[in-house]
Design a protein around this ligand. Sequence first.
Ligand code: R7I
Ligand code: MG
Ligand code: MG
Ligand code: MG
Length: 347
Amino acid sequence: LRPASLSRFRGALLGALMGDCFGSEFEGQNSMRAATVIRTVRRMEEEDRGQGTLDFTDDTAMARSVVQSLLSNEEFDEVDMAKRFAEEYVKDPDRGYGMGVVTVFKKLLTSQSTDVFEPAREQFEGKGSYGNGAAMRVVGIPLAYPDIKDVKKFAKISGQLTHAASLGYNGAILQALAVHYALQGVPTNTFLDQLISNMEAVEGDEKSLADAKELDLVELPFTNRLKKIKEFVERGQISKDDVISELGHGIAALESVPTAIYSFLRCMTPDPDIPEEYNSLQRTIIYCLSLGGDTDTIATMAGAIAGAYYGEELVPSSWKQRCEAYEDAEKWAEELHELYSKRCQST
Ligand code: R7I
Ligand code: MG
Ligand code: MG
Ligand code: MG
């Protein structure tokens, strides 16, 4: 295996951070014209607002716990990761966490059980959460593990600490795979084909099939949306309304992970609504904000993928420096790159 460049690692973590910090200003709104988004973004990027003035939300808070757990243990450790999620929540409970997941943290903190997956399994009357919380925070996994088998395995287990429904953790697997391939610089058409063939296998297992049926969804729901994305990319000129109605912009993983992937692919080429002074990474984030809905989460996921693909060169300092704790992202990207490179040598 050939290690991906450090620039891509920094791009991935900074892209994710910027997506969250810029995106949270728009969370829950309706879709809007890019020009309207840009007016607000211009204000947000102004120098005189000072460094780190845009706070990150739960998306980044949890992503930071994943990264810190991976770095301090050098291996995946579910007990340590669960502890970090819960302790981070206690330290700063007002980051905008999902309504359900807070119960998991509280149980993790008080439970006598040694099974750290138990609280997640008890969510939503035993069905587990299908929210996008497992996917929004997963970026550290593909930055720590070069082997795709590990990417899938640890995306799933890290997800299951809070999201026991297959639609929740399969969303995390898909997002992790997207970052994995972006890090390798895989070209557009191959990128989608790889995601489709991987997700066909992932969603073909018994539990995923049963969960999709129970929720009255099509068989292989993520795979299905990836095929829709392929059609959209080939067709071009897709309206925001069509993106929202076919792919979604909501809080469920199925309504947001495919949308993030589509936004990345769509924004590889210029958009007549977004001025050319914004590069492809910025365009990706601006486009996600213009979709409305769960903007911080969709932008953080698309930002991670696009940042991994384009690298740090497309991260403008005027955007980066507005974000809370951006220096941590830079430092941890270096440490993850070292860990990843070490693993490349040993395989
Ligand atoms: O998935 P999660 O961590 O939430 C992440 C979202 C992101 O947008 C963040 O930016 C933050 O705003 O929250 O948290 P959960 O509480 O597990 O899931 C989120 C929401 O999805 C829940 O509060 C429910 O509204 C919904 N949901 C479900 N509803 C019914 N039945 C998730 N699973 C179910 C379910 O099985
Ligand atoms: Mg601040
Ligand atoms: Mg959030
Ligand atoms: Mg969100």
